[in-house]
Design a binder for this molecule. Structure first.
Ligand SMILES: [Zn+2]
Length: 378
């Protein structure tokens, strides 16, 4: 018997086909429509529903390209289940904030809110970003069994695919309730049972390993319920934060990310075939997001490439005075680790991203491919 069609955002998508549409949210002061684009790939066969969401932060748009490429490689006539894509969840943050050649902004320029601090959104007494989140949450995200939340290295850094499973802390308070003076947050936090937390931790651990990134950062700590990953995991939607690419450029990391989407779909039996895994995968409990204290021009050391191992104390790069050549900051790795993300952009203000380093003295789990199979992946 044929699968039922799916109805979302005013469109109908038949089983075995794909569709594109917009979620309508409202209008700005000048009557510019606020709408959020989506793609539906509705498989011919029954199976789970996977959500792929990106660009909550407009300065991190590369997940949208990873999703686009990943979905081009999926034939809905062969697909088991459904993929619901929100590649550009925060459109104004990629379209505006700066000049025509801007890198986008982290926040929504219409209300200056961070879209990863407003979940599951609001429909009353709500800022625009909260209203947008509410529409996405109710129209698309709550229909998903699994969700990937894509971020990237921002306009300053590139980044190999990496998974950030944010697990329930089985020994802590579990969920932190937050509420801002501006009325954001404060909703959606709730207690879960230990059984539920353990079950969800296992699901997101399996999802992170299946993604097939060479690095996984496992965190078990109090959840902030206004983040989309926390809200998903509180509501039975196994949600994994992932990062991939950066600088607004297409390099090899983008196709690697598309392969990782297919790996997830294969692990969920949505696609046939074996996953393409890197030669080595590690899961660490400690991961450094290294940022500068000084401003100037940043000159990376030639050896600071994506995926290489560095030693504690090894020089990663220098911030120099662009006029006098004075070295104002030497950036050295605080740990023995693997470079997951590194700065490419020259000008840097204090607080700018230098690198992500996965601490290899904190490995919780690892897998290596035997030499025979080493040629398949990447
Ligand atoms: Zn982000």
């Amino acid at each position: 018997m044929a699968r039922e069609p799916i109805h979302i955002g005013g469109i109908t998508v038949e089983a075995g086909s794909r569709g594109f549409g917009f979620l309508h949210v409202g209008y700005l002061a000048g009557r510019t429509e606020v709408r959020i684009p989506f793609q539906v790939v509705h498989g011919a066969y029954d199976g789970p529903t996977l959500g792929l969401e990106s660009t909550l932060h407009g300065w991190e748009p590369m997940g949208a390209e990873v999703i686009r490429r990943g979905m081009l490689g999926v034939d809905p006539k062969q697909l088991h289940g459904t993929v619901l894509c929100l590649p550009i969840a925060n459109p104004f943050s990629i379209e505006f904030s700066g000049q025509v050649e801007s890198a986008g902004s982290r926040v929504n320029p219409a209300d200056q809110l961070d879209m990863n601090r407003v979940w599951p959104g609001k429909a009353k007494n709500a800022w625009l970003t909260e209203q947008m989140a509410y529409v996405m949450w109710n129209e698309i995200i709550t229909k998903c069994d699994y969700l990937l939340d894509f971020h990237d290295g921002t306009g300053s850094c590139d980044e190999i695919p990496v998974a950030f499973p944010h697990a329930f802390d089985l020994n802590g308070p579990g969920v932190m309730q937050v509420s801002g003076a501006d009325g954001t947050g404060g909703g959606g936090g709730r207690a879960v049972t230990r059984d539920y937390a353990e079950g969800m931790n296992k699901k997101i651990r399996d999802l992170a390993i299946a993604f097939g990134s060479s690095v996984i950062w496992w965190r078990e700590e109090t959840l902030n319920p206004v983040m989309i990953s926390s809200q998903g995991n509180l509501n039975g939607i196994a949600t994994l934060v992932v990062e991939c690419g950066g600088m607004g450029i297409v390099d090899e990391t983008i196709d690697q990310g598309a392969v990782c989407i297919h790996n997830i779909m294969k692990s969920l039996n949505m696609l046939a075939g074996a996953p393409q895994l890197p030669e080595r995968q590690i899961m660490v409990s400690h991961y450094v997001v290294y940022r500068s204290l000084c401003g100037g021009f940043y000159l990376g050391e030639p050896g600071t490439r994506l995926g290489v191992e560095v030693r504690k104390g090894q020089l990663l790069g220098r911030v120099v005075d662009p006029i006098t050549s004075e070295v104002v900051e030497e950036c050295v790795s605080p740990v023995n680790g693997v470079i997951v993300s590194r700065r490419v952009r020259l000008p840097i203000n204090p607080g700018g991203y230098i690198a992500h380093i996965a601490d290899t003295d904190s490995i919780l789990w690892e897998r290596s491919t035997p030499a025979l199979a080493a040629g398949q992946g990447g």
